[in-house]
Ligand binder design. Structure first.
Ligand SMILES: Cc1cc2nc3c(=O)[nH]c(=O)nc-3n(C[C@H](O)[C@H](O)[C@H](O)COP(=O)(O)OP(=O)(O)OC[C@H]3O[C@@H](n4cnc5c(N)ncnc54)[C@H](O)[C@@H]3O)c2cc1C
Length: 485
């Protein structure tokens, strides 16, 4: 595996990341400006989690050897560490698989609960850099941006969908180019919504839906630091006051409002060119890169839910009951289906049009489609198994020994192999996943990760038809039978 250029980056540290968050970024949570994302009670938990992720996986050599980073075949030094590996281009099938294992290592830290762990957006700018010619006169900007982001181990997020006022015929409110000036573009309007935005170094913008003939001013793609004058992030209410998972993994979602923001030319990737904007996905194979990361994360998350459900069943004494075994078996099947699709995609890795190696996209598209339906079912299974324990999980640790209830918690909630306090901790994790607002938001995230699930299923039908349809339609019992267009 090798990247197209590469000085070894000096390792980024978590403490450096945290101190850099007090940079004037305009973040509004619960109706107030957050002064410092690293220390505010609404955001400190997640900021700390990202700092730990950086310390564990940003590495410049210390952490990445086991994942195939090291040096490229041509002897060029490479970025390594799992986060840096997400920024690397593969020149072999082994390189693709190594990237997959790096995604897996990152996902396992959070049980797959971080939808926007930094490796996700890294895959997108990497795909763009590998196929930079797609960007025409801005190709050099894309390559430079990828190189800088990789070397700095930048945390990026993206905002691609339009706010409600920008849908349908009236386009009021949607982010657009207002004018071009000598030193760059001026943009105004909103993009909705960016997960992780308050914690990111930079925000990447590009269109989500295909643009019509009269929408050239919406054909814009660029990157800006989150702390850019004129950019404000209006966040949904914080979930950090919730259970144990919410306190650590509330990655936040924000409406991004641009008030005549200046984007310097060197950060512009598309400016008014509808064809390049509409061709972004096919022209750069970015979905194959991004869905590799998201599909790995999906199977890790399903395995995590299975482990939670399995422990809940053991702790409640129901693990041997046939209905419980059936539910656990179904959940295991969900995890294994998603894992197998990743294996299939990696096994089908091939050299793409850009000359770099990527996964076979069809199994990844299948995983994306199925996960939007299977994740809500997995949550339902955790609910069924956790049952009343999801609301009734008192612990002796909650009350002082002098409390009248203290003794009864141990008497009624401890079992032979699990103490009452440990049982309560487990059920609180399960409640966070399956009952509380944190879990509801996680389920919605997976449901719409690739857009409305029904729309994506239709898209997958086309992908499947193009990749496999001809085989079953022209062989076996259907040979010679046609059915119109
Ligand atoms: C937790 C979470 C995190 C997210 N993070 C990000 C992020 O980081 N970056 C980002 O850019 N976006 C993000 N999104 C937005 C996400 O991409 C969208 O929610 C998703 O594409 C669905 O779009 P929508 O919510 O506007 O729903 P809609 O498109 O309004 O869909 C809602 C319903 O309307 C139906 N519908 C849609 N279009 C039509 C139509 N033309 N005719 C008839 N029916 C229609 C759909 O079938 C669906 O059932 C996030 C969303 C969530 C919930």
């Amino acid at each position: 595996m090798s990247s197209t250029s590469g000085a070894i980056p000096s390792a980024r540290t978590g403490s450096h990341y945290l101190s850099g968050l007090d940079d004037g970024r305009r973040v509004v949570v619960d109706g107030r400006f957050v002064r410092d994302v690293a220390t505010d009670e609404a955001t400190a938990g997640m900021a700390g989690e990202l700092a730990e992720l950086i310390d564990a996986h940003a590495g410049s050599g210390a952490h990445g050897g086991a994942h195939g980073g090291a040096h490229g075949a041509g002897g060029a030094p490479e970025a390594d560490g799992c986060l840096a590996l997400a920024y690397s281009l593969a020149d072999s099938a082994e390189g693709v698989v190594a990237r997959g294992r790096a995604f897996e290592t990152v996902a396992r830290r959070s049980g797959g609960l971080l939808g926007r762990s930094p490796d996700f957006l890294a895959t997108i700018v990497t795909a763009w850099a590998g196929a930079a010619d797609h960007f025409g006169r801005f190709a050099g900007n894309v390559r430079d941006y990828w190189r800088e982001s990789r070397d700095a181990c930048r945390i990026l997020t993206h905002a691609i969908s339009d706010p409600p006022a920008g849908r349908g015929d009236g386009l009021a409110g949607t982010l657009r180019i207002v004018r071009e000036e000598a030193d760059g573009l001026v943009v105004r309007g909103a993009k909705m919504l960016a997960t992780l935005a308050p914690f990111a170094d930079e925000l990447l913008i590009y269109p989500y839906r295909p643009l019509g003939e009269d929408e050239s001013d919406l054909a814009v793609s660029f990157a800006v630091p989150v702390a850019t004058p004129g950019l404000t992030l209006y966040c949904r209410p914080s979930l950090a006051g919730g259970g144990p998972l919410a306190r650590r993994y509330d990655e936040m979602d924000a409406l991004c409002v641009f008030d005549d923001v200046r984007v310097p030319w060197h950060r512009v990737f598309v400016a008014g060119d509808r064809e390049r904007a509409n061709g972004l996905r096919d022209g750069t194979e970015m979905t194959s890169y991004a869905w590799h990361q998201s599909s790995v994360r999906a199977f890790v998350k399903a395995e995590f839910l299975w482990a939670v459900a399995d422990r809940c069943a053991r702790a409640s004494g129901r693990r041997g009951a046939p209905p419980t075994r059936a539910l656990l078996g179904e959940l295991a099947g969900i995890a294994e289906t998603l894992r197998s699709l990743v294996t299939a995609a990696e096994a089908g890795a091939r050299k793409g049009a850009s000359g770099h190696w990527t996964c076979e996209p069809t199994p990844l598209a299948c995983a994306a489609m199925l996960n939007s339906r299977l994740y809500p079912r997995a949550v339902e299974i955790v609910q069924a198994i956790g049952s009343s324990g999801l609301i009734m999980h008192p612990s002796p640790a909650d009350d002082p020994p002098s409390s009248p209830a203290h003794a009864f918690y141990s008497e009624y909630f401890a079992r032979a192999d699990v103490g009452a306090a440990e049982h309560a901790r487990l059920l609180r994790v399960a409640a966070d996943l399956a009952l509380d607002r944190f879990g509801a938001r996680q389920a919605l995230y997976e449901r719409v990760f690739v857009g409305p699930p029904d729309a994506f299923a239709g898209k997958f039908l086309d992908i499947y038809g193009a990749a496999r349809g001809a085989v079953s339609a022209t062989s076996g019992p259907l040979t010679g039978i046609t059915a119109g267009p």
